[in-house]
Write a protein that binds this ligand. Sequence first.
Ligand SMILES: [Zn+2]
Length: 195
Amino acid sequence: MEQSLTPKELGQLNEKIAQYKEHGFPTTVSLDEKLKNLNEQQKIVFNALVDAIGLEKGIQRNALKKGTYGWSVIENVRLHIQRVILVGFDDLEIIQKYMVAYGAIPDPEESWKYYFLPNGKDYACWECHSEIMAQEQIISIHDGPFPLSGSGRTERKVIPYCPKCEDIPSSSGVRRVDPNQELIEEIARLQGKQN
Ligand SMILES: [Zn+2]
């Protein structure tokens, strides 16, 4: 099974991704409508995706380990989703849904930087394919009336980063909470309780 796009195809896919970032995904058409108007190349590429998905039957994505047969089956589906995007299937709702879930394009929720690995849980870097690491950060909350004053509350947050392209995020941080804002939130919370 092939596993990745040619450099030329990757360049074209990156142009598509730049368009999605800027203008959002294309307006969708129905599958029926789409299948009525396919050219020869589109038929070949779409049938290859259908075949790739056929091999996925019975594979539990979330239990997959790197280097296994199942892992390569999902990577193969990912490749064929990328190919159908390139020949103009990105106006199908189902393709728009699966292109992020299968890592065919980077996840907009992760600032378009990381894509899903075959297990559908972990991410890799779109630029260098390194597996994304997570740094736990302890945030101290400064919620007192003066700068750097407050109750000493902390929050934990997990910050993803690429070990090759990005610096390791700091293990601590500060979040300044406006006391007024906090009061507003507290009142809103109390009102919510009364309803
Ligand atoms: Zn990277």
